[in-house]
Each structure stands twice: as structure tokens, then as C-alpha cells.
Design a protein around this ligand. Sequence first.
Ligand code: HGY
Ligand code: MN
Ligand code: MN
Length: 413
Amino acid sequence: MSALTPAADRFHSELTELSTLVDGDRPGWTRRALSETDIAGRHYARSLMDSAGLSTRIDGAGNVIGVLPGRLGGREIMLGSHTDTVDGGGRYDGITGVLGAIEVVRLLRENDIRLDHDLVVVVFFNEEPNDFGFFCVGSRAMTGRVDRSMLAATDIHGRTLASALPDSGIDPEAFLRARYDFSKVAAFLELHIEQGPELERMDRQIGVVETITGINHFRALFTGRQDHAGTTPMDVRADAGCAAAGTVLAVEAIAESGTNTRGTSGQIAFTPEAVNVVTARAVVEGEFRGPDGSWLQEAERRLTEAAAQQAAARGVHVEMEWTTDDAPVPLHQPITSAIAEVADDLGFSRATMFSGAGHDAGIIAAKTQVGMVFVPSHDGRSHCPEEFTELTDILPGISVLLETVLRLDSSLT
Ligand code: HGY
Ligand code: MN
Ligand code: MN
């Protein structure tokens, strides 16, 4: 195995370089999709893919796709993750899996190992939620889960996704047609940091993901009446801000009623933003997550009702949109077993896990067999600037990724 040991220094310097391509006006390590820095990040990843020997192209949805041809041709094993981040995010979410996949390609080539399958590496466009209410945008386009109504979705300033995409070099019509032919993909693997505390708590090196959480993402728009904060009596107000606040608390209460369920209102905006004006318009965006699809449907129903009550009690109008409605995704047993076996054979401790984070792997799982390899996150922190994984904790993940590719290459057709 020693010849196939990931090059720690190389990986570390690339991780440093890519993670520091950040938006200087934002906190943390920010490289949001649809921004200049995201373009720079994907450009950098593509240059590494080119120099690793992949033939690269960008599809209609902004996904960077690199191919290392195999001996037999026509059948593929696909690896991938993303390079965009949340606002104020961390250095490891996404890029660990992108750089890990590129490292796998290099190790194969440096050791003159030619796979039977073509090895395809994908940098998925826009994995994190964008301002239009969508996430995993590139993988959805590749799997045909996008439509024209998505292009018409607006951000809080009224700009449409269709008008934002060209700034990232994406033609909206090409976006709708950017389907990938998954009939030739035998398996998909994604390496990722855990983003939670379980592996560290259990003192395990590798997480083998069994299920990826379901995510129901909402946007609630409350329209009330703008009035003077000092002269308008409480009983005649239509305060959109209060209806929004009641909805935020309903999200918390509903999420607390389930097992391993989560509810978060991560974004709220009041218009106008003035301390002495009753709020005319409020927008709350948030989501429910959990391992049980029927609970998510019930949570969706309960929140829609709660928001309607909060609005009606104040003479406020509400429009509730559920922009994504992704059921929990069980990953594929032949692939998860292969990952577990590889981890055991390489002498890494491991655990099977539930992923509370969403991933492109969950979208791709509708089209081919999918497995995910997790490595620990220090203190379980993620989506924050403190997000950290020791290099010595990442390298076992790359080794497992590589060895799983080798095994699947010989066992899958
Ligand atoms: O939001 C998520 O779970 C992921 O990190 N994109
Ligand atoms: Mn993330
Ligand atoms: Mn991620």
C-alpha cells in the first residue's frame, strides 16, 4: 500500500490555496455559489484536474467534469463534491472531497494503474443553498431534476435565477438541458468531512454513511402594513415582523417534537429595516431535516398551518413556499459494504453513520449506486469559520476512497 499513500504536503498546499480563495468582504471562509470567488475556486479546481491528467469540460449547469479514460471504455466510476461554501463557512466542507478525488487520480497515474472503468471527477456547481432557495443545483441539473419554474425563482431583491446564472457563465437554456447519462455510471463515491461530533466521540477514523437526511426547505413571505411605531395602537397593526417571529418559534417547537429531527430558521429579513417603523414585509427562510420522510411531510403541514395562524392573528398575508422537498436517501448497500470492508482491511477504525448534512451524493443516488466516506470534524463544528479536520484525519479518507475505487473497478461491470 505504501506507493499508494496520499501525498500529504501536496494535498495540504492545495487545500490551503483553494480554501483561501475567499470573498474578502464576508466573514470566515466564504466562497458562495454564483459569486466571483466561486468562479475562481472552480477554475482552480479545474486547473488541478487538468494537471492531474483528466480531460476536463464544464457542462451546461456549471459542473466541472474531468475524465480519466479506463481500459474498457464506456463504463464509469464517478467521484465528486463541491467547492462553494456557506456565508462565513469553513475550510473543509466540499473541497476535501474534490481535492481527495483529484489525489486519487494522481495516485493512480503515478503508479501506472489503469482502471477498467473511466474515472470521472465532478466539481458540482452550487451545492450550498443559494439566494433563490435552491441547493445541490449542479447535481440536480445532471440528474434532470430542474425545470423552468426554477429559473423564475427570485431572491429577496426580485432578481431571477435565470438572470443570475449567466454571471457564472451558465446559459439558462443549457442549464435545463444539462443531463448526464448515468446509465454508464457504475457507482458514485463522495469523500466529505462529517460536520458533526459522532466520529470524534466514538474515536473512529472513517464514517460509512448509510442514510442522508431528508431536507424540506421553506420560504415564508409575510405582507403586513407599514405604520408609525409610536402612534399606531397595538390592536390595529398588521405587523409582518411579529408573524415571522412566531413562525421562527413554531419551527423550533415542531422540530423538538420529533426524534433526531431538526428545524432551523437561518434567514430573516424585515422591510423596511427601521427601528421606529412597523414591519411591512418579512421573509423567513428555513428548513426541517430528519431521517423519516413522513415526519418531514407532517412538519411541512404543521408549519404551513402555524404560519397561516401567525399571519391571520395579525391581519397579515402569508405566502408559504416549499422550495425543496428531498426525502431521506438510503445509500446503496453494495457500495457501503465495500467502503466498510476497505476501511477494515486498511486497518482504520470505522462506524456506520447517518448524515444530518445534505450532499450531492444524495441527489446522484437516484441514478446510480452511491456511497459516502466521512472523516472526523474537530469538535463537530461545521458551517462556521472554526471548521477543522487534521490532515492526518483526512488522509485515511483518501486512502479508503482510492482503495474502494480499485475494488469497485474489478467487482462492478
Ligand atoms: O446544508 C447542508 O447540509 C450541506 O452542508 N450543504
Ligand atoms: Mn455545507
Ligand atoms: Mn458539503
